[in-house]
Write a protein that binds this ligand. Structure first.
Ligand SMILES: Cc1cc2nc3c(=O)[nH]c(=O)nc-3n(C[C@H](O)[C@H](O)[C@H](O)COP(=O)(O)OP(=O)(O)OC[C@H]3O[C@@H](n4cnc5c(N)ncnc54)[C@H](O)[C@@H]3O)c2cc1C
Length: 380
C-alpha cells in the first residue's frame, strides 16, 4: 500500500496546479495518471495571460526549448462570411503545445508520481480513500478530465449531460504546406457555425498548425468539420493535404454542467468538474484556477483543521465562476456555446461588426479581460 496526505487522480493543468500549490506548503501529494508523460491532449493549446499569471510561469525559461506563440490579433466571424480583423498591438494570448506544457507543469509540481496507472476502482475506507486497492489517502481530488473516474464515483454515469464534442488535427507544417498556409501565427482565426451551435478554429503556433471544430450536437460533427475545412481549402487559407489524423474529445461547459464538485473528503477540479467557459470553451484557465482554489480548501482542512473547508470550495467556485443553472434553468435556456437569445440573424450580423467582435466576442467571451486572474497568492 502506498499512502499520502492527498491523492490526486490526473496530471493535466488542474491536477498539476493543485499538486504544485500543495507541495509548496509541504503537503505529501501522490498524483496518479494513466499516461506516461510527455503525453498529448486533444486541445487547440490557446492560453490567456491569466493562466501565465496564475501559474507564475517563468516565460523565458519555458520558451527556451518549447513552443510559446504570442497572439496579438484575432480574425473572427461567421463561416462563409467576411471575417473581422481585431489587432491589439501586444500579446493578449499565447499558443502552447499541450505535450510540452503539461509535462513542464507536472515536473515542476514536485508531486510524487505514479504514472501508467489507470484508476478504475475507488473505495471509501475508515481512514479516507483507497484507489485501485493500492493507493490510500484521507483526501481524494478528481482531476482526470471529462471521463474522470472520481467524478463518476461522485455523480454516477450521467446521460443527461449536454456535452460539447470537438475534433481537431495538430501537425508540423512541411515547408511546402507552410508556403501555402495563409493562417498567420499571431492571429488565430475563429469561425462561428451559421447556426451558432459551435465554432471552428485555425491556430498556428510557430510551425505547428491546429485546425478544429467544437459543437453542441456531436452527431453532425464530422459533416460540419468536413464542410468547414473544405471551405477554407477552397478559399486558399489551408493546405489541401492536411493529415488524416483527426482526434476527438468532449467537455462540459460550466453553466450547463450538472456535476457536483464536492463530497466528504473529496473534490473535483478542471474538466472533471465540468468547468470550461460557456462561450469560448476555454478550459485551461478554469482548470488551473480550480486547482489553486482546491489547494486552498485542502490546506484549510489539513493545517487549520477546518472540517467545513471542503464544503466551502463549492461556495468559492460559485463566487468565482457564477451560480450554476439548475435543471429547470437548463431546460429553459438551452445548453451551449451561446445564449439562446443570441441565436438569431441579429447575432450573426453582430458577429460581423468590429465593435461587437472586439468588445464582446474577444474581450468578454474569449479573453475574459474583465476578470482578474486568481493567483497563488490567494493560497495562504
Ligand atoms: C478539441 C479541444 C480543443 C480545446 N482547446 C482549448 C484551448 O485552446 N484552450 C483552453 O483553455 N482549453 C481548450 N480545451 C479544453 C481543455 O483542453 C481542457 O479544459 C483542459 O485540458 C482541462 O484540464 P484538466 O487538467 O481538467 O484535464 P486534462 O487535461 O484532460 O487531464 C486529465 C488527465 O487525467 C488523466 N486520466 C484520465 N483518466 C484517467 C484514469 N482513469 N486514471 C488515471 N488518469 C487518468 C489523463 O491521462 C490526463 O493526463 C479544448 C478541448 C478540446 C476537446
Amino acid at each position: 500500500m502506498t499512502s499520502a496526505e492527498v491523492l490526486l487522480v490526473g496530471g493535466g493543468p488542474a491536477g498539476s496546479s493543485c499538486a504544485w500549490t500543495l507541495r509548496q506548503a509541504g503537503i505529501d501529494v501522490l498524483l496518479l495518471d494513466r499516461a506516461r508523460f510527455p503525453r498529448d491532449k486533444v486541445c487547440a493549446g490557446w492560453i490567456t495571460p491569466a493562466v501565465v499569471e496564475a501559474l507564475d510561469l517563468d516565460v523565458n525559461d519555458y520558451r527556451r526549448t518549447r513552443t510559446f506563440q504570442p497572439i496579438t490579433a484575432f480574425r473572427t466571424g461567421v463561416m462563409g462570411r467576411d471575417l473581422v480583423d481585431t489587432a491589439y498591438g501586444s500579446a493578449v494570448s499565447f499558443g502552447i503545445l499541450r505535450r510540452e506544457f503539461d509535462h513542464y507543469l507536472l515536473e515542476r509540481s514536485r508531486a510524487r508520481l505514479a504514472l501508467d496507472v489507470h484508476v478504475n476502482r475507488i473505495e471509501r475506507t475508515a481512514a479516507g480513500w483507497l484507489v485501485n486497492g493500492e493507493y490510500a489517502a484521507p483526501l481524494l481530488v478528481g482531476a482526470a478530465g471529462h471521463f474522470c473516474p472520481v467524478a463518476r464515483w461522485l455523480n454516477g454515469p450521467r446521460r443527461d449531460e449536454a456535452v460539447i464534442a470537438a475534433k481537431e488535427v495538430e501537425f508540423v507544417l512541411s515547408p511546402a504546406q507552410a508556403s501555402v498556409c495563409r493562417v498567420s501565427a499571431d492571429a488565430p482565426e475563429i469561425y462561428f457555425c451559421p447556426d451558432l451551435a459551435g465554432y471552428g478554429w485555425c491556430f498556428r503556433k510557430e510551425q505547428v498548425l491546429n485546425v478544429g471544430i467544437g459543437r453542441q450536437d456531436r452527431h453532425g460533427l464530422s459533416e460540419h468539420l468536413e464542410r468547414f475545412v473544405a471551405g477554407l481549402q477552397h478559399a486558399g487559407r489551408l493546405p489541401h493535404d492536411l493529415p488524416n489524423a483527426w482526434r476527438g474529445h468532449a467537455y462540459l461547459l460550466y453553466d450547463s454542467s450538472p456535476r457536483a464538485m464536492v463530497a466528504e473528503n473529496m473534490l473535483l477540479i478542471g474538466d472533471a468538474a465540468g468547468l470550461a467557459y460557456s462561450q469560448s470553451g476555454e478550459g485551461i484557465r478554469p482548470a488551473v484556477e480550480s486547482g489553486l482554489l482546491a489547494a486552498q480548501a485542502i490546506l484549510a482542512v489539513i493545517r487549520d483543521h477546518r472540517s467545513d473547508a471542503l464544503a466551502n470550495y463549492h461556495t468559492t467556485m460559485q463566487a468565482r465562476f457564477g451560480r450554476r443553472a439548475g435543471p429547470h434553468d437548463r431546460a429553459m435556456s438551452g445548453n451551449g456555446l451561446l445564449p439562446r437569445a443570441a441565436v438569431s440573424g441579429v447575432a450573426r450580423r453582430l458577429l460581423g461588426t468590429r465593435w461587437f467582435s472586439r468588445h464582446v466576442v474577444l474581450d468578454r467571451w474569449f479573453l475574459h479581460r474583465h476578470e482578474a486572474p486568481i493567483t497563488k497568492r490567494v493560497v495562504p
